[in-house]
Design a protein around this ligand. Structure first.
Ligand SMILES: Nc1nc2c(c(=O)[nH]1)N[C@H]1C(S)=C(S)[C@@H](COP(=O)(O)O)O[C@H]1N2
Ligand SMILES: [Mo]
Length: 181
């Protein structure tokens, strides 16, 4: 258990705004590089990619942790495989305008997924369905719900919570909750 956390068996919903409803026919995930190149997947293309079923622990900055959650999704290693970039930073964007930033390397090497199933079921809209980023080694605010794309950037740019005082990186094991932690 990371410092300052407690275990919950429920699955709290934490959303900064209303739950956007995204039609699967219109759903699209786009990676945009620092040179403006775009790589997009529609829902059928995402479903056609090889998926993984990671079992991971979640740590929210509001101090709840949830252990052994089971997801299904596509690894960012697969999605970024053919993307040509020299960027070091990523800004993740959601339907409904939420953003969060992290180093590109934290999305690679089996650390992050575009997840569309939780506990064997289609991901509930409240929890980010149809698909959310899952990047469990950082505080859960980095796991953008209703993900719509990732911008790869040469320079870091703070996201929604990062620009109002939350830690830029957010490692739960180092208790990086707020700027200066
Ligand atoms: N688009 C979007 N993603 C988001 C949020 C949000 O408000 N909007 N909240 C974040 C926070 S603070 C947490 S703890 C988790 C909560 O996910 P959950 O509601 O599935 O528990 O989603 C993260 N991703
Ligand atoms: Mo959170």
């Amino acid at each position: 258990m990371p410092p300052g956390q407690y275990e919950t068996h429920g699955f709290p919903v934490l959303s900064a705004g209303p739950t956007p409803r995204v039609d699967l026919d219109e759903w699209e995930f786009t990676v945009t590089t620092e040179t403006g190149d775009r790589y997009s997947w529609d829902w059928a293309q995402l479903m056609a990619l090889p998926s993984r079923t990671p079992t991971v622990d979640l740590h929210c900055v509001t101090k709840w942790s949830k252990f052994d959650t089971v997801w299904e999704g596509v690894s960012l290693d697969v999605l970024l495989e053919d993307v040509e970039t020299a960027a070091d930073h990523a800004l993740v964007r959601s339907y409904g305008d939420y953003t969060t930033n992290l180093p590109l390397e934290d999305l690679l090497d089996g650390q992050a997924w575009i997840a569309y199933r939780f506990d064997g079921e289609a991901l509930d809209p409240e929890h980010g369905g149809p698909a959310r980023l899952l990047v469990p080694h950082l505080y859960f605010w980095k796991s953008a719900k209703w993900v719509r794309g990732i911008h790869l950037l040469g320079e870091d740019e703070p996201g929604f919570w990062e620009s109002v005082g939350y830690h830029n990186y957010g490692d739960p094991w180092r208790e990086q909750r707020y700027q200066g932690d």
